[in-house]
Design a protein around this ligand. Structure first.
Ligand code: G3H
Length: 496
C-alpha cells in the first residue's frame, strides 16, 4: 500500500516528504499542497510545499554529487539503474495505486505505466553502456590543406545538473524517461513532479533511493509552481531542462538561460482516413488512440479527417465502439475515467458548447458528472469550431469530413502543433507521400499515434516541442561532445 512497508519513510503524518541529500525531509515552510482525487474530488494526498531556500540546497548537493558521479565507471552506473528498474517493477502495485488515486488512471494502465518505466530504465542502462562507451577518431588530412598531423578524439561528457519536469499524465514514466538518461550519462537530476502525480513520483524516486544511488545525485522537490516553478527553471545551477507538459514550456523556453532544452508540449494529432482504408482497423485505432486514458495523452488522436465517401460508414463503426466503452472509476478499470481536474473538465465543456453552438453533429448525448465526461464523438466539425484546433485533453473527438488527401494534409499543417499524425490507407505509396507532406515529428501508417516503444525517437515540430526524445536521443541530448586533439610534429600515415 502507498506510504507503508518499504515506502514508510516517504510519509510522515498525512504529508508526503520531499527527497534531498539522500533523505526524506519535511519542508521548513510547514505548508503542504493538497492533491485532489479526480474521482472523489476530495483531498487524497498532501505533499510538502518546498521553499526557494530548499531548492538552493538541492541544487548545491546536485552539483557536488554530479562531480563524483561523473567519475563513477559506466558499468557501475548501469548496474545501479538495473537495480532501480527491478525495485520499481517489484513495487508496481503501490505505485499504481497512487496513479489510480491522484490522476485517475485506470488500474490496469497504471500497472502498465510502472512496468514500462522499469523496462525503460533497464533499456537506458544497456543503451548507455553501448553509446557512451564509444567515441570518434578523426584525422586531419581529410580536410583540404591539411596533412595528417592531427588526431582528434571525441567523447560524450555529462552536462551537469538536469532539471526534469514531467506531466501529470505519466508522472512515473515521463519522469524516468528523463532520470535514467541523465544518470547513465553522468549527470545529477532534480525532479519537480506535477502536483497531480507527485505521490506516484515520490514512490518511484524511493525505488532509486533503495537501489543505493549516491546522496544528492537525485532529488525531488514538491510544491507550488508559483513559489518554486520559475525559481527552478531559471536557477543558475541548472544545466539542462527536460520538460513535458503544456504551453508552460513555451514560457520556460523564453526564460531559461543558455542551456539545452528538451521539450514536448502536446499535439493535435490528426488521423487522415482515405477511401481504401480498412475501416474496422481505423475504428479500432480511433477508439484506442482517441479515448485511452480518456484522451489525456499528448499523442491521442485529436482530430479525424475522413474522406466524405467513407465518413458515414466510419462514424457508424466508431459510434458502435464508443457505446461499448465503460465509464466510471479508475479502480474498476473503466475505459473512461474522470479527467484530472475540474478546470480541465470545464475547459472541455467549453469546447463542446462552442461546437454545439456552431452546429456540430453530436453522435452521443453530452454528459458530465463532476470531472467525469462521457465519451463524445462530434461529426461534421468545421474549421470555425474551436475543437477543430484546440487540444481537449479529454474524451471528446471531432470528425472533419474532407474531399481530398490534400485537404487533410492542409488541416494538419495549419495547426500550431506538429507532434504526430497518422494515415490509414492500403496504398503504401500514397501513405509515404502523405507522411512526407505532414508537418509532424512522426507519422504512423495504419496505426494510431503513440510515443512507444520508448526507444523510438519522439519529437514534435512547431509548438509541439524542442529536440527529440526516446532513449538514445535523450542520452545524447544530456551530453556534450568533448574533443582532445593530438598534434604531431610531422605527418604520420598508417601503412597497410
Ligand atoms: O502524453 C504524452 C505522452 O508522451 C504520450 O505517450 O503515446 O505512450 O501515451 P503515449
Amino acid at each position: 500500500m502507498a506510504g507503508t512497508g518499504v515506502f514508510a519513510d516517504v510519509l510522515e503524518g498525512d504529508v508526503y516528504k520531499y527527497y534531498a541529500d539522500g533523505e526524506w525531509k519535511k519542508s521548513s515552510s510547514g505548508k503542504s499542497v493538497a492533491i485532489i482525487n479526480p474521482m472523489t474530488r476530495k483531498t487524497q494526498y498532501k505533499v510538502q510545499a518546498c521553499t526557494q531556500e530548499e531548492v538552493n540546497k538541492v541544487m548545491e548537493s546536485a552539483k557536488t554529487a554530479q562531480k563524483s558521479w561523473a567519475k563513477t565507471p559506466l558499468w557501475k552506473r548501469a548496474e545501479l539503474l538495473h537495480k532501480a528498474a527491478a525495485i520499481l517493477k517489484e513495487h508496481k502495485a503501490p505505485i499504481a495505486e497512487c496513479l489510480v488515486k491522484e490522476i485517475a488512471k485506470p488500474a490496469k494502465d497504471a500497472v502498465t505505466e510502472v512496468v514500462r518505466s522499469g523496462d525503460l530504465v533497464s533499456y537506458t542502462a544497456e543503451e548507455g553502456v553501448r553509446i557512451l562507451g564509444e567515441g570518434k577518431f578523426l584525422v586531419s588530412d581529410s580536410f583540404p590543406g591539411n596533412q595528417r598531423t592531427k588526431y582528434c578524439l571525441t567523447s560524450k561528457i555529462p552536462l551537469g545538473v538536469i532539471l526534469a519536469i514531467p506531466p501529470f499524465n505519466y508522472p512515473v514514466n515521463l519522469a524516468v524517461s528523463k532520470i535514467a538518461p541523465a544518470l547513465i550519462a553522468g549527470n545529477s537530476l532534480v525532479l519537480k513532479p506535477p502536483t497531480q502525480g507527485a505521490v506516484s513520483a515520490l514512490h518511484m524516486v524511493h525505488c532509486f533511493h533503495l537501489a543505493g544511488f549516491p546522496k544528492g545525485l537525485i532529488s525531488c522537490v514538491t510544491g507550488k509552481g508559483s513559489e518554486i516553478g520559475d525559481f527552478l527553471t531559471m536557477h543558475p545551477g541548472v544545466n539542462c531542462i527536460s520538460f513535458t507538459g503544456g504551453d508552460t514550456g513555451i514560457a520556460i523556453s523564453k526564460k531559461a538561460g543558455m542551456i539545452p532544452l528538451q521539450m514536448e508540449l502536446g499535439g493535435k494529432d490528426a488521423c487522415i482516413v482515405l477511401e481504401d482504408a480498412d475501416l474496422d482497423l481505423v475504428a479500432a485505432n480511433i477508439i484506442k488512440g482517441g479515448f485511452s486514458y480518456s484522451g489525456q495523452r499528448c499523442t491521442a488522436v485529436k482530430v479525424v479527417l475522413v474522406m466524405e465517401s467513407v465518413a458515414d460508414l466510419l462514424v457508424e463503426k466508431v459510434k458502435a465502439k464508443v457505446a461499448k466503452l465503460t465509464v466510471g472509476a479508475p479502480e474498476d478499470d473503466c475505459d473512461i475515467t474522470p479527467v484530472v481536474s475540474e478546470s480541465s473538465a470545464n475547459f472541455i465543456e467549453g469546447l463542446v458548447k462552442d461546437a454545439k453552438e456552431k452546429g456540430a453533429t453530436f453522435c452521443q448525448e453530452y454528459k458530465r458528472d463532476g470531472n467525469l465526461i462521457w465519451p463524445l464523438l462530434l461529426d461534421n466539425v468545421r474549421p470555425d469550431m474551436r475543437i477543430a484546433w484546440e487540444e481537449p485533453f479529454g474524451p471528446v473527438l471531432p470528425v472533419i469530413r474532407i474531399n481530398s488527401a490534400e485537404e487533410g494534409i492542409h488541416h494538419c499543417n495549419a495547426s500550431n502543433f506538429g507532434l504526430q499524425g497518422c494515415v490509414f490507407t492500403k496504398d503504401v505509396n500514397k501513405a509515404i507521400l502523405i507522411s512526407d507532406a505532414m508537418e509532424t515529428g512522426t507519422v504512423q501508417i495504419n496505426s494510431a499515434p503513440a510515443r512507444g516503444p520508448d526507444h523510438f525517437p519522439f519529437q514534435g515540430l512547431k509548438d509541439s516541442g524542442i529536440g527529440s526524445q526516446g532513449v538514445t536521443n535523450s542520452i545524447n541530448m544530456m551530453t556534450k561532445i568533448k574533443t582532445t586533439v593530438i598534434n604531431l610534429p610531422t605527418p604520420s600515415y598508417t601503412m597497410g
